[in-house]
Design a protein around this ligand. Sequence first.
Ligand code: HXC
Length: 261
Amino acid sequence: MSEAANLIYQQDGAIGIITINRPKALNALNQATLHELDQLLDQISGNTAVKVVIITGSGEKAFVAGADITEMQSFSAIEGREFGRFGQAVFSKIENLPQPVIAAVNGFALGGGCELAMACDIRIAANTAKFGQPEVSLGIPPGFGGTQRLPRLVGKGRAQELLFTGDIIDAAEAYRIGLVNKVTTGEELMTSARAMAEKIMARAPIAVQMCKAAVNKGLDSPLPVGLAYEAEVFGLCFATADQKEGMTAFVEKRKAGFTGK
Ligand code: HXC
């Protein structure tokens, strides 16, 4: 376990758990927190002992209630742009981390908090969680990727409604529109996230990483580019021990034991 000023990091077996830890400010993301997250992600990215990452918020009330409004209040246009760029870069680092990342959304996921959850691969929400992009009430649009990832996840019309109205929706509605994968009770949230992580970890790690890379590549590209990329990573996996093991285990009618090699 390691503790920076605004983050807690625990490694539980092969699961890395990041907790945004500013509960007095509902885990709002200030520049210091984003810098700590950026550094931690670099460590996790190079740590092959970590197979899945879970991101959650400290306390019961909030996942992350947004970027820190008190810090942004006096920004100049240039400072705002640079803050946005930096947050985007950190969130893209999450999106492109080799390991799958699960957001365990334990409460408010507003503005930058909703954007953080959307940069993760999978979202599991407590039934008390609330989602929204309320930035237009503050005189700004979302700046950590919300205008891009929200329509990719829920479609243009629903995204525009949430972006234009700043409406805050509950976990059931977020599930209905496809913003979250699963809703649990608050007590079961981390158990459910760990169970999802365990299920993923029982699969061939390189194949899982290739799925993530191919989905990301494809969503940024025309279909032929995505398909060409898929063919490459598909072929590459035939050079892994886990492909031999997975297919041999199937033929021998036994459970595969993957090594990540
Ligand atoms: C700084 C925040 C904060 C935030 C909450 N707090 N959200 N501080 N930035 N985003 C602080 C409050 O000021 C308060 O501090 C403490 O956390 C508890 O919050 P309350 O408002 O008292 O709680 P409650 O009445 O229960 O309301 C909860 C809430 C509300 C609905 C979540 O806090 C809220 O609306 N927060 C802002 C949500 C928001 O607009 N997020 C988007 C931000 S813009 P004190 O010291 O008074 O106890 C954004 C842009 C991203 O994210 C892109 C940037 C480039």
